[in-house]
Design a binder for this molecule. Structure first.
Ligand code: 3PG
Length: 214
């Protein structure tokens, strides 16, 4: 799968809703009800970060949820790409990009949303064919002001910014023409997960799903 094909698929996924929940799942039993709660609230695309021992099993469980489009985040190595694909991930997200990671996504046929955070990184990914990129860590790398500025010389790249985004600053990003969606963990707060308060997760998801896009 070429980078251009990967970006087409990534754009399709990013357009499903204004927000992609970024999920860190510590307890496998939470995976399915969490995905159901988020999908019920109107957020079908879900990023499960490969940061916990049960992350791959969580992807396996969540991939069964009707209406969900489950991806793997924090892809760092070709082995991560292989494992994510085998677990049923429909897409991958990485904080940055390496030649080996890009080659693995092409080989495995896993659409990648690769991370860039500087003009040169964004240009290098565009050179490879990636017109849809993650901007990470968004707030720490210049936030919405950076994305507005980079949209002038490089309008053909669209972004999903993540890192430090919440309801407070979501509109700053979503109003920009080069933003397809935003990612964030605020829709699945740790305390709600610990309480298994799925109604609260659905409320937060619904609020996020209603955010207007520019
Ligand atoms: C991450 O990699 O953890 C994501 O970018 C989410 O960041 P957030 O927790 O600040 O939303």
């Amino acid at each position: 799968m070429t980078p251009a094909e990967q970006s087409l698929k990534a754009a399709e996924i990013c357009r499903l809703a204004p927000v992609v929940p970024v999920l860190v799942i510590e307890d496998l039993a939470q995976a399915r009800p969490l995905a159901e709660a988020l999908v019920a609230g109107g957020l079908p695309a879900l990023e499960v970060t490969l940061r916990t021992p049960c992350a791959l099993d969580a992807i396996r469980a969540m991939a069964q949820v009707p209406g969900g489009v489950v991806g793997a985040g924090t892809l760092l190595t070709p082995a991560d790409v292989k494992a994510a694909k085998a677990a049923g991930a429909c897409f991958g997200v990485s904080p940055g990009a390496t030649d080996r990671l890009i080659a693995a996504c092409a080989d495995e046929g896993l659409p990648l949303l690769p991370g860039g955070a500087t003009a040169s990184e964004i240009m290098a990914l565009l050179d490879r064919g990636y017109t849809v990129q993650k901007f990470f860590p968004a707030e720490q790398s210049g936030g919405a002001a950076f994305l507005k500025s980079i949209g002038a010389p490089i309008p053909q790249v669209r972004f999903c910014p993540t890192g430090g985004i919440s309801l407070k600053n979501a509109a700053d990003y979503l109003s920009l023409p080069n933003i397809l969606c935003i990612g964030g963990s605020w829709v699945a707060p740790k305390d709600a997960l610990a309480r298994r308060d799925w109604a609260q997760v659905t409320r937060l998801a619904a609020e996020a799903a209603r955010l207007p896009r520019g």
